[in-house]
Design a protein around this ligand. Sequence first.
Ligand code: SF4
Length: 567
Amino acid sequence: MSWRLKKKFQGLLAAERGTIRKDWGGKIAFALVYPNTYAVGMSNLGFQTIYRHLNALPDVVCERVFLPDPEDLADLGRTEGVPISLESFRRLTDFHMVGFSVTYEGDYVNVLRLLALAGIPLRPEDRRPNDPLVLMGGVCAFSNPEPVAPFMDVVVVGEGEELVAELIAAYRERADDRERLLDALAALEGVYVPSRYEIVYAPDGTVGDVLPQGATPAIVTKRRLRNVNAFETVDAVKTPNAEYGHMALLEVGKGCSRGCRFCLEGQVYRPVRHRSLDALRETVARVAASGERRVGLVGACVSDYPWIGELLKIVEDTGLELSISSIRADSLTDDLVAALARGGHRTLTVAPEAGTERLRRAIRKAITDEQILVACDLVRAHGIPNLKTYFMIGQPTETLEDVEAIPRLAERMLERLSVPDPNAKPFGRLTLSISSFVPKPWTPFQWAPFAGAEALQTKLEIVKRGARRLHNVRVLHENPREAALQALLARGDRRVADFLELAASFDGDWRRALREWKGDADFCTTRARSTDERLPWDHFDVGVKKAGLIREWERARAEPPVAVGAA
Ligand code: SF4
């Protein structure tokens, strides 16, 4: 390891509070890997939670590994060329288990790059007996892990809080016999061992059948945490070098009951489970006692927390400042906005998702224009200087009218946000964050085709052109080509693994890999699927019933298109 890199790691560690360091003697060594940079990984509450739970086990030492920054990758290439753990600078091959926490499909390529850099064969069948057991968890693992499954010994499907102790117990008993270990793990609820399932393709290229081997269950059932009060979900390590390093992140519960038809989180984290007010009171008190000044409440829909008023009071009574990532416009209250303003919030975020009420009904995010405008009034009344809004383009049933309505709605919002008020500071900026819709597994839109990068680019230009004439409006957006990559990885089957391997061999250049890959990306992305088709993720049960999804898909398509000149 180069001197410069060592200094950098030491600097990161020195800036942390809460780093867990354990002696390695006789323990199971677990490398917890976030396949993106330190700054991104350390902002992920799920990653931090598993780090804490693993280290709470007396016979486990868990250390963190991140994708090196681009300039460090070159440095690693010149020296030993291996990613190393932050806590003790050990190589991935020194660990017994290597677990990837994956939140974004776009990071799959990084998973493979890290394995290759570490000298761990990419496919389990090529690994040697003393290579670490390679695992994957995170929301991608219980959405559709198939494109990356051929590289994994084990995939954790669902919430890992309880499961980590069971995985370690199984490893402890059978570490010296990989096959017996995999058999034991495959029998655990929420554990998927890809090598134990053979995928058979039909003549038309769709998945024809999935054949479990031996005693492996035919369906992998998601593990769900039954008692959310039994485990505290608050970040373990604080660092100024993470996006949310200036606040303690605290999860108020899991799941969301709103059922927006595009939303993966709203489906796969069901049923809704709220942490009790008493449990949160305890955590908030501990956060305050630790010297933290700000707490960020995290959850699929924080403003739906049933005792949100009481929780705000608890936070304020402890003297902590409050932050919430995004709030539904229809559950904004005067009290909530006032508390956020007192907590120093400079930007409030709402997600209308669509420019017209018609499309919002079709995607089942039934917020009215008036509710969005009232949210603007509250922002103005409480002196919060900026408003950020999330919109999506390319959703099922969308017309040009729906797209053109986005800047028109922005104009109306701006009017309300700019109302002169001698007691308030001038309004700062309205941000339109425009993302491209990717139909996700386990949602009613899983059968919808992805719109395609070119069509999305055209729609994006319409929004940008419309917003250009508005003052104090900024448009942020991703490249629709990246959404196309996400669609391939979110909706693909195991054959997409070859594409990932190619991309990793080109140092992550997925555009080149897409050009050279022999597979058919459109087959996975822009093709509409029939509800009779066997989907690549149908051998999982994440608690979402297909009949309900079909019903919702039909209802969405029954929403009449917007009338010309409406909205
Ligand atoms: S988009 Fe938000 S409100 Fe809708 S289901 Fe998802 S988390 Fe819930």
